[in-house]
Design a protein around this ligand. Structure first.
Ligand code: PLP
Length: 365
């Protein structure tokens, strides 16, 4: 059953892994989220048996009854994290404890049975160890991990599920925004909001993404890369993108990011960048920022840079902002010096080039 480290996950190797030559081809320039490794981790929960059947086995399909709860009421949560190659051939996860604890918070908000954090950590660590050949070695690339949990009770009735399925799949990824990061164009979503006070904005659940897709489609129609959301009450305060937090950089070198009031997802990249910026001696405020102020500050030059951040893209400079009532360029439309410095500082830790003074890296081998 168990292997090194006393993991609760039994391991069954795939009998049909992708051949080394084909894998090398797939790892060259994977499109985000389209290429997957040979294995997956799964565990099940039922009231009678608690968490059971923890295993890492060949990646395969699920067979689910059409009346399975998740199909009807979207009781689902997920995480996103990365394993990085280190100089010398080892590998490490970045801050997996933070993902484990956020996964627990998301479960509680969606009235799901939380997965014990040790099981979460075991699942991602053991999956990456087994699929280690899938961690890309190219600069900026990583193995993206997608833990998720769904309600599996067979019932078309409105109540929290009695049964759950937890799963982790892994996907080698290159750079999120193709062609590097020249500055993304954001569409200000003035009609659609993403999260309201008391809602699920600070839980990482698929439902939040489903609710953001119409705004994202509007952004695409307007030739923008991503939608950016305003608060649902006043439609005035900048909150975040569909899947990334946002930072503003001012002329005096200070930074600002919207505070975690319950409608914003507490990003691990966001928190890491706040700490790294303060290490650099920069002032970081967690304070609301109004969209009109952003436009005025961009025009006056008081605002110099802005960037979005999250595990997938790490740091993406914001070049332009458009909306029915907005149209402005941030700085010179590309990455500014403070954005670049912060991105490099974070990537240097994640890729093992600079010392890990906070114990963020979870060494796997
Ligand atoms: C996942 C996510 C983020 C970024 O979180 P990280 O932990 O930095 O990856 C930001 N906003 C939303 C809505 C998210 O779902």
């Amino acid at each position: 059953m168990s292997n090194d480290g006393g993991s609760k996950f039994s391991i069954e190797r795939s009998l049909t892994p992708v051949a080394a030559g084909e894998r090398a081809q797939l790892l060259k320039n994977p499109i985000f989220g389209r290429v997957f490794t040979d294995h997956m981790a799964t565990a099940r929960y039922s009231a009678e048996r608690g968490w059971h059947d923890a295993k890492i086995g060949p990646r395969g399909q699920f067979s689910l009854d059409p009346a399975t709860l998740v199909f009807h009421y979207a009781q689902e949560i997920f995480e996103g994290m990365k394993a990085y190659r280190l100089p010398g051939g080892g590998a490490a996860l970045f801050r997996p404890h933070a993902n484990a604890s956020r996964f627990r918070n998301s479960a509680n908000r969606l009235a799901m049975t939380p997965l014990p954090e040790e099981l979460f950590l075991d699942s991602v660590r053991e999956l990456v160890r087994l699929d280690r050949e899938w961690i890309p070695t190219t600069e900026g690339a990583a193995l993206y991990l997608r833990p998720f949990m769904i309600a599996t009770e067979v019932l078309v009735g409105m109540k929290p599920s009695a049964d759950y399925l937890y799963c982790v799949v892994a996907s080698p990824v290159g750079s999120y925004f193709k062609g590097g990061a020249p500055g993304v164009t954001l569409w200000v979503s003035e009609h659609f909001t993403r999260a309201a006070p008391g809602g699920t904005g600070d839980a990482k659940c698929g439902g939040n993404y489903a609710a953001s897709l119409a705004a994202q489609a509007e952004a695409a129609r307007e030739d923008c890369d991503q939608a950016i959301f305003l608060d649902a009450v006043e439609r005035r305060w900048v909150e975040e993108l569909g899947g990334m937090n946002v930072f503003f950089v001012f002329q005096d070198g200070s930074l600002q990011t919207p505070p975690l009031t319950g409608t914003i997802l507490p990003g691990i990249t966001r928190e890491s960048l706040i700490l790294l910026a303060r290490d650099m001696g920069l002032t970081v405020r967690e304070e609301p920022y109004a969209i009109d102020q952003w436009q005025a500050d961009a025009a006056s030059g008081r605002l110099r840079e802005a960037f979005a951040c999250g595990t997938a893209a790490v740091v993406a400079p914001v070049g332009k902002v458009k909306g029915r009532n907005y149209n402005f360029t941030v700085g010179d439309g590309g990455a500014g010096p403070i954005t670049d410095r912060l991105k490099a500082a974070l990537l240097d830790i994640q890729q093992g080039r600079s010392p890990d003074t906070r114990g963020w890296m979870d060494r796997l081998f």
